[in-house]
Design a protein around this ligand. Structure first.
Ligand code: GLU
Length: 498
């Protein structure tokens, strides 16, 4: 049965994520998307994705693609979108999730045009004829008079267009009043609009700018709560003034804290390595990423920090979002990644890790073996990429120098050959079924015999892994099984004898 429409203070919950596709999608933006998504999911509301691509020069298709890929990777699904023809302004509410593409502002020019005309007709907006040079000259004059620089209103009350001049932009008349609103994170916020000057809202009727398009869309898309990063706080009073001029309802605002580097400096959007998809490439799993991003500026009630998606949805609320900046700590991400990988069923890890095995040139022929490898490696790996890289030797022994078989200069290759022959003798008597961790561990005293442990276990481990660092030989043999283990020991004996 459908749940009744969710309401907070009489409003249905409708939130949006409104990224601009002008660069690779950044973890900071995804955090904004996640907070909106969690809020929508918690209250059974609607999560809208609106791509703000009005900047024709800086918006690029590849970034738009990356955005959709990134959100899909994290499972941040959106609930509605435009009808295929776009621009109709219709809201096909109630569609199946994932059935629609996102809204794109570039497909809604006609809608913005209608409201630009409305503002021009009501006198709340006007054409400005001032050229760049005019503006600069006006600015210099204001500075010389000790006034804060803003557009001085030269074209505000023109009786007729100035002779020989073309309109440069459309400006919105900002009244000289104080604007106050209640922000769910920051509490009461107040701005003096007298400091703004009349802002540009469009280059022309076909080219609206962010502050205007956002007002029209938030209203037509019936957005109840605008959850966005704190750097938009000073845009809010401007948007509220336009809402008033257009007779639109005012959404509730929640400005979430900035994300800071470890040294508390502001994290730049341009940091290429903070692109979301880099984290996918590096082998972080979606649940860990979601968990990590949720904790950037928000905290659950208890101490528990490793949270599943369901737990995050249940626990999330705006009133636990902090005001101060949120420090981005990659070590915490590594820790969460490991915790989430450890908690996952091995088959699930195998599925997620498959591309990383391929990347490291590992052909996985044996699924059972793969699951055993993962079960052993999970506890060590920080990322799926690490896991795959560290597992290559299970599938093929790397080339190694015979002298690697020698434990700390304490023996000779001849002794190594003898030791391995002895070990082989013990293992040979065991059946394939005995090659489990417990039985092998039980046979350790016999395997080691009279010699020092290192003298036996080092060459055994190297013969199995071909490398200086690896899990212990018992663990490796339990994964490899009897045949492959004996084969590798034989090869090592040959190497030592050669
Ligand atoms: N397109 C804006 C941005 O990417 C959206 C801001 C908002 O949420 O209103 O920053």
């Amino acid at each position: 049965m459908e749940a009744a429409a969710p309401k907070i203070a009489g409003k249905s919950i409708r939130v949006r994520f409104a990224p601009s596709p002008t660069g690779p999608i950044h973890v900071g933006s995804v955090r904004t998307a996640l907070f909106s998504w969690l809020f929508a999911r918690k209250y059974g509301g609607t999560f809208v994705l609106r791509i703000e691509d009005t900047d024709k020069v800086r918006s690029e298709k590849r970034y738009d693609d990356e955005l959709l890929q990134g959100l899909s990777w994290l499972g941040l699904d959106w609930d509605e979108g435009p009808e295929p023809i776009g621009a109709g302004g219709q809201l096909p509410l109630g569609g199946e999730r994932g059935e629609f593409g996102p809204y794109r502002q570039s497909e809604r020019t006609e809608i913005y045009k209608k409201y630009l005309r409305q503002l021009l007709e009501s006198g709340d907006a006007y054409y400005c004829y001032c050229s760049k040079e005019d503006i600069e000259a006006q600015r210099q004059m204001m500075l010389a008079q000790g006034l804060p620089p803003k557009y001085g209103g030269h074209c505000r009350n023109l009786a007729a267009p100035p002779e020989g001049k073309k309109p440069e932009v459309i400006r919105f008349k900002i009244p000289e009043i104080k604007i106050e609103f209640k922000d769910l994170v920051r509490g009461k916020v107040m701005f003096d609009a007298a400091l703004f000057g009349d802002i540009i809202i469009a280059k022309d009727l076909d080219s609206p700018l962010y502050n205007f398009a956002v007002v029209v869309d938030d209203a037509l898309m019936q957005i109840s709560h605008v959850i966005r990063a704190e750097d938009h706080l000073s845009n809010t009073p401007k948007q509220i003034l336009m809402q008033r001029a257009l007779g639109f309802a005012e959404p509730v605002y929640a400005h979430i804290p900035l994300i800071l580097n470890a040294d508390r400096s502001k994290m730049s959007k341009r940091f290429a390595d903070l692109a979301l998809l880099n984290y996918r490439e590096r082998g972080y799993v979606p649940d860990a990423m979601v968990n990590f991003l949720a904790l950037l500026g928000w905290h659950p009630k208890g101490d528990k920090e490793v949270l599943s998606r369901e737990e995050l949805i249940a626990e999330f609320d705006i009133d636990r979002v902090q005001q101060s900046g949120a420090v981005f700590n990659e070590e915490k991400l590594d820790w969460l990644n490991r915790e989430h990988i450890k908690a996952m069923p091995v088959a699930e890890v195998a599925k997620l890790a498959a591309p990383f095995f391929a990347k490291h040139g590992i052909t996985v022929l044996d699924e059972v073996m793969l699951k055993r490898v993962i079960a052993v490696q999970i506890a060590r790996a920080k990322t799926l990429d690490d896991l795959a890289a560290a597992s290559a030797f299970f599938f093929a022994v790397p080339e190694y120098e015979p002298k690697l078989l020698i434990w700390k200069d304490s023996s000779t290759l001849r002794e190594v050959a003898e030791v391995l022959a002895h070990v082989r003798g013990v293992l040979e008597k065991m059946s394939a079924d005995d090659f489990d961790h417990e039985t092998l561990a039980g046979s350790l005293p016999v395997i080691v015999g009279e010699r020092a442990r290192g003298v036996v276990l080092w060459p055994l481990r190297v013969s199995l892994s071909g490398q200086a660092n690896s899990p212990d030989p018992i663990e490796i043999m339990a994964v490899l099984g009897r045949n492959e283990s004996l084969k590798r020991i034989d090869a090592a004996i040959k190497k030592a004898e050669a």
